[in-house]
Design a protein around this ligand. Sequence first.
Ligand code: PLP
Length: 362
Amino acid sequence: MVNIIPVAKPDLSGKEGDYLAECIRSGWISSAGPFIQKFEQAFAEFCEVRYATSCSNGTVALHLALLALGIGKDDEVIVPDLTFAATANAVLFCGAQPVLADVDKETWNLNGTQVEKKISKRTRAIIPVHLYGNPCPMDEIMMIAKKYKLWVIEDCAESPGATYRGKKVGSIGHIGCFSFYGNKIITTGEGGMCVSSDKEVIDKINILKNHGMKPGQRYWHDIVGYNYRMTNMQAAVGLAQLERFSRFLGERNRIKEKYLQLLGKKSWILPQKTTMHAQSVPWLFSVMINLPQKTPAMVLAQFSKKNIEARRLFYPLHGMPPYQTADVFHNADYISDHGISLPTYIGMKDEDLHRICQALEE
Ligand SMILES: *Cc1c(COP(=O)(O)O)cnc(C)c1O
């Protein structure tokens, strides 16, 4: 039997099955039921914020956050050029303009200098993305936001549990948005969450995600809303995942340390650098390969022959049709052209890590 190493896989070995069975037994399988509130409460505590409200995925978490802050036509929102496309798509859903900023060459994230370059009279918000679990330099970003009176929505899809100056990501900006897609650090299959300590924002999101229906008056709609709710079944899985978060974090850190031990000293490997004052939570361990004539595509082809699944990094947004701009993004281009994400999941064995690093060396 060939032993295939996947790039990611969920660990559902806790109470996920029991909780799901409880949903089926009780009949609460839609977007009402006891697990929703339990998961939201546990998640708010986990993020050290007052409120958390669940939704159907990470993309709509971003959409809801932007809508709740009143972002719309003629507004500009600064997003990193190197991110998953959903960050910019959510801005476009609102009729606003995503303005791309280049990222830092070492942390692969937005920094204050890059953000400040892109501010205009129309800028209303910044969406820092904590890429691959590495927090952005939030001091710089919050300072600029304050100076220009901008909202900060943290895209924490890849970074639940990461901290900056001891604060959980998602609790530093005005709203934090999370994804629970199958390959993320905590999964509910599909799912998302908005967190904030601003009650007004959370109340607004609750209305928007529930068809715009007025609280306390069923079937009355003051605004056009969406059906962006999470189901009790998703929340059941999420709660079981969250119960084991500290184990997940320990395992992910162990995997990162092992990768660094095996690869860190090689001159042709450039790992993503953790931001100063930050504690990252390794999502997909990612590195740049700095060798002439060796592209990520070649590495992936070799890996595939050895039954190892890896990934290229995200393509810089500016190169794709919906996001094109005349600006240049040297760092995002360089990182994306040289980087790969290596398998990172709970239950990886040391021998798997050795096999991957051996294949990379070859
Ligand atoms: C996964 C991801 C999203 C979108 O989350 P979905 O749950 O897949 O909609 C948004 N931003 C980033 C950075 C992501 O990695």
